[in-house]
Design a protein around this ligand. Structure first.
Ligand code: ZN
Length: 147
């Protein structure tokens, strides 16, 4: 066993997770599995056109690791195209980034979400728990881990 796998950050789970060759000759189960991280690497690099440095940073991995992940994605897709295999996108240890906007209370440490939250809007606010006016604007990244 190697080192424990570092969680790869992704922005969004893919909308389409299964592709297969057209026609009747296709054999069920004849497929390659692309991890969600490999999909995300391709999306960031080739669809969003980001640099490897930016991609690696966004996915919370080193640049050499990013390069390996991207290379693996290319190899798997080439394999599928050449041999008529289906492509299934699944698995890998990933965390989906979520942005939390809301407020926090300095009096009772309560935190609550509000999509319209801002520094300006907080002026007229009171904490829903303790009614304190000692409220601050809170913005943070949450990581929702996938099994
Ligand atoms: Zn409070």
């Amino acid at each position: 066993m190697g080192r424990p796998h570092r969680i790869r950050h992704i922005e969004k789970f893919p909308d389409f997770t299964y592709f297969r060759p057209h026609g009747d000759t296709f054999q069920k189960g004849f497929e390659v599995i692309l991890t969600v991280a490999e999909f995300e690497a391709m999306r960031l690099k080739h669809h969003e056109g980001k640099t490897q440095i930016e991609c690696a940073e966004l996915m919370n991995i080193s640049q050499p690791t990013f390069s390996r992940v991207l290379d693996l994605a290319h190899k798997k897709i080439a394999e599928a195209l050449i041999h008529g295999k289906a492509i299934r996108i699944a698995g890998g240890s990933i965390g989906i980034k979520k942005f939390f906007f809301g407020y926090g209370c300095l009096n009772c440490m309560n935190e609550w979400e509000d999509k319209q939250a801002s520094e300006i809007n907080k002026e007229s606010l009171v904490c829903p728990e303790c009614k304190s006016k000692n409220v601050y604007f809170l913005k943070k990244d949450l990581l929702q881990q996938m099994p």
